[in-house]
Design a protein around this ligand. Structure first.
Ligand code: 5GP
Length: 132
């Protein structure tokens, strides 16, 4: 079981931002910007471009809904999306609130207290749930 599967199953704690039966979204443990969120499929697969077409389409649509909720909570110009997958071998989309291109610099990180992470996740979860 991957570390992200354990997170989606609630075996490892996370700051949950959104979920449904197929996908799960939670705050990144080492955020690049405030509100940095990871979106994952519950079904374990390493490489995003190995996903079946229908699953990939649903994954992207779910991420779009998470991005909209995130933008309601974190003041920003846009939500950037990135896929790397070099560290964790479970497909995931990074969603990053940004105001300028340099904000999406994966070599620099922001420090956010656990209390604030909790607050952000709860607000995003509420915004996501309101648009169901
Ligand atoms: P990538 O695989 O796309 O290169 O990066 C993996 C991302 O997952 C990183 O941004 C890293 O901070 C995040 N990450 C790794 N382990 C955990 C974890 O246990 N919990 C959370 N919330 N994020 C994690």
């Amino acid at each position: 079981m991957s570390i992200f599967s354990k997170i989606a199953a609630g075996e490892i704690p996370s700051y949950k931002c959104a979920e449904n039966d197929k996908f799960y979204a939670f705050l990144d443990i080492n955020p690049v910007t405030k509100g940095h969120t990871l979106v994952i499929p519950r079904k374990e697969i390493d490489y995003i471009f190995d996903m079946e077409d229908d699953d990939l389409a649903d994954f992207q649509i779910f991420a779009k809904r998470v991005a909209k909720a995130l933008k309601e909570v974190i003041p920003c110009k846009k939500i950037a999306q990135a896929v790397y997958g070099l560290e964790v071998n479970h497909a995931h989309i990074h969603l990053l609130p940004i105001n300028k291109e340099e904000d999406a610099n994966f070599h620099s990180h922001v420090t956010i207290s656990n209390e604030e992470q909790k607050e952000i996740a709860e607000k995003v979860f509420a915004a996501f749930s309101a648009h169901k």
